[in-house]
Design a protein around this ligand. Structure first.
Ligand SMILES: [Cu+2]
Length: 180
């Protein structure tokens, strides 16, 4: 009885020692060696994954969204004989006028900074006198169906978008865009 008891005690003691040794091996050896490796391994793919997917997806999504959503872009359609600007306002900074000739004859776009009434610009020989107004930029004459674009640095104020093909401004080719 006494011997058996001692044997059991020894077995339990050895068992404990074994557990402690294994525990020490795990905690002391494995932990420092594997935990940083595991962390690096986990962190590296995450960073790589983040670096690979986020920048790739974000510029793609931004580029795709830019034409439709960019508040700095005004779509301009020139027809016989009016100018449609959508939206009619844009934030100050770079404003892009994406222009299309939706009419049947050639048209152009001239962007003028002006507080004048839309029809009150000075006309000489059928043209708005561009030397007498504050022209900020233009899209040269486009054939019907043609497209063009101009990006301008604009401060806040009122802008008149006109077509300055002879007679066209007087015929009604002007729209107002407000830069805020
Ligand atoms: Cu025109």
């Amino acid at each position: 009885m006494n011997r058996l008891h001692r044997a059991r005690g020894l077995a339990v003691g050895l068992g404990l020692l074994a557990v402690m040794t294994v525990g020490a091996a795990c905690g002391g050896d494995d932990a420092p060696a594997t935990t940083p490796t595991a962390t690096e391994a986990t962190a590296a793919p995450t960073e790589a994954g983040t670096a690979a997917t986020t920048p790739a997806a974000t510029p793609a999504a931004t580029e795709a969204a830019t034409p439709a959503v960019d508040p700095g872009t005004v779509a301009v359609v020139l027809v016989d004989f009016s100018v449609r600007a959508t939206p009619a306002s844009a934030p100050a900074g770079t404003v892009t006028f994406a222009t299309r000739n939706g009419g049947t004859v050639p048209h152009e776009l001239v962007v003028i900074r002006s507080d004048s009434e839309p029809g009150a610009l000075p006309i000489v020989d059928g043209f708005v006198d561009e030397a007498a107004v504050d022209v900020r930029g233009e899209v040269a004459e486009m054939p019907d169906g043609g497209e063009g674009s101009v990006a301008l640095e604009l401060e806040s104020g009122r802008y008149l978008l006109i077509c300055n093909v002879v007679g066209h401004y007087a015929a009604g080719m002007v729209a107002v865009v407000t830069v805020e």
